[in-house]
Design a protein around this ligand. Structure first.
Ligand code: HAM
Length: 424
């Protein structure tokens, strides 16, 4: 009999072999956010549909095409959350966090849902690590949030990430920019796709994000948001740039960066990765959303935040072969105590070590080590003089050498440096 069901399109099973990356990502999220005074918040997986329609914007793809919306048995329209910012802002007011000391720093990790066409890097259920700082409009908080995201990528030792920043203005200056964009695109309207013509009418900023070849050709000479900022927005953007420079965070000003959700004001940013081409190059993004609370019917309250995509990041971690640095195996049982000691020694130096205490054949254990993308195997008890010598095996080059125990750490560091998991 054929199985009655298959995994729904656009979803994935996160299998045991991949859990290592997920633990690394969520562990880094918890640690880095907590160390900076961010507190965890979990909101429901579904919310009243109006929350997302009013926040993400009636013209955004997320709302017009991608929501999992269904009537519940009571006839109310519910939607699986496509993003986390609107729910967090709702919860902030529901719980009276607006009456606490401001700003309130929050973070979340969990699944989100968008009914998109599944493809590499694009899923119908995906996962984010996000932060939101609500209740203060200071540009230094934009910098704090961006720095937190940057730190997260750094702690995963992910290279090839670039930070793209822009300011898309606010209610005071954006209307003028929108007009300028329409003036620019108007003569080319006939050449644009139907979707882009509708963007022209409803939200011309989205034309800068179009992937349609005709629209892409026009993007290079389109008016730039930064040339239209009002004084307040320009000063805020200058402060953000200064803060990033002082924090030593490299960034690229990208005047064509616009975001897919409509609630942003002023700072908009994305983290891109060199290996992700085209539409799905964004590992994460965010920005300021000073108008969102009022759009949702609450007291006018500023906020800034980001969400980083865990599924895309996991793919890159996996491709970069970043597993544990060392897989330690005791060749016979008598060596297992010594192996534990050595593993502890290496861990104290910040290296990730997995110890395999299972019984079984050595080559099976080495196979497991490779599957986990470990870089080196530490074999203890292979030689007679186990107390003095251990064996280090480079799992990719499949070469091994015997080294004196007191040289273990320095040799491990040398071997890891010679074959870096990712380029520096
Ligand atoms: P977003 O740019 O829509 O922003 O999503 C952030 C990240 O989530 C993306 O860069 C991507 O890595 C990941 N992501 C989004 N959709 C998918 C998908 N279908 N499949 C896989 N990964 C996906 C937001 O969601 C805002 N709430 C961020 C924010 C927080 N802004 C302010 N605060």
């Amino acid at each position: 009999m054929a199985p009655v069901a298959q995994r729904p399109r656009g979803t994935q099973d996160i299998l045991p072999a991949e859990q290592l990356y997920w633990q690394e990502m969520t562990g880094a999220g918890d640690a880095i956010a907590t160390a900076r005074g961010y507190q965890r918040i979990d909101t429901p997986i579904f919310e009243a549909t109006a929350l997302f329609v009013r926040s993400a914007g009636e013209t955004s793809d997320v709302v017009t095409k991608e929501m999992y919306t269904f009537p519940d048995r009571g006839g109310r329209s519910m939607t699986l959350r496509p993003e986390g910012t609107a729910p967090v802002v709702r919860a902030y007011f529901d719980a009276g966090l607006d009456r606490e000391r401001q700003p309130v720093r929050l973070y979340y990790i969990g699944p989100f849902f968008r009914y998109d066409r599944p493809q590499a890097g694009r899923h119908r259920q995906f996962h984010q690590f996000g932060v939101e700082v609500i209740g203060d409009a200071a540009p230094s908080l934009d910098v704090e949030v961006i720095a937190l995201g940057w730190r997260w990528f750094a702690s995963l030792k992910l290279s090839g990430v670039s930070l793209q920043v822009n300011s898309i203005g606010d209610g005071a200056c954006r209307p003028r920019y929108r007009d300028a964009l329409r003036d620019y695109y108007r003569p080319y309207l006939d050449a644009l796709s139907e979707q882009d013509r509708s963007r022209f009418e409803r939200n011309p900023l989205r034309l800068l994000d179009s992937k349609d070849p005709d629209a892409v050709a026009l993007q290079a000479s389109a008016p730039r948001t930064l040339d239209f900022l009002c004084d307040a927005c320009r000063q805020a953007f200058e402060q953000v740039e200064r803060g990033l420079q002082q924090g030593g965070i490299p960034y690229v000003v990208n005047p064509r960066l616009v975001r897919g959700l409509d609630y942003y004001t002023r700072t908009a940013f994305e983290f891109w990765h060199e290996s992700l081409l085209g539409a799905q190059n964004s590992l994460g993004g965010g920005g300021r959303y000073d108008g969102l609370a009022a759009d949702l019917g609450y007291r006018d309250t500023p906020g800034v935040g980001f969400a980083l995509g865990l599924d895309r990041t996991a793919t890159i971690l996996k491709a970069a072969d970043i597993g544990p640095a060392i897989y330690a195996v005791a060749v016979d049982e008598s060596a297992s105590r010594l192996m534990q000691e050595l593993a502890e020694e290496l861990r104290r130096r910040g290296l990730a070590v997995i110890v395999d205490v299972s019984s079984g054949r050595l080559d099976a254990k080495l196979g497991r080590a490779s599957k986990m993308h470990a870089r080196l195997a530490l074999l203890v008890g292979l030689q007679e003089d186990a107390r003095d010598h251990v064996t280090l095996r480079d799992l990719r080059l499949k070469k091994q050498e015997s080294i004196p125990r007191d040289r273990l750490l320095s040799r491990v560091l040398e071997m890891l440096a010679a074959a870096p998991a990712v380029s520096a």
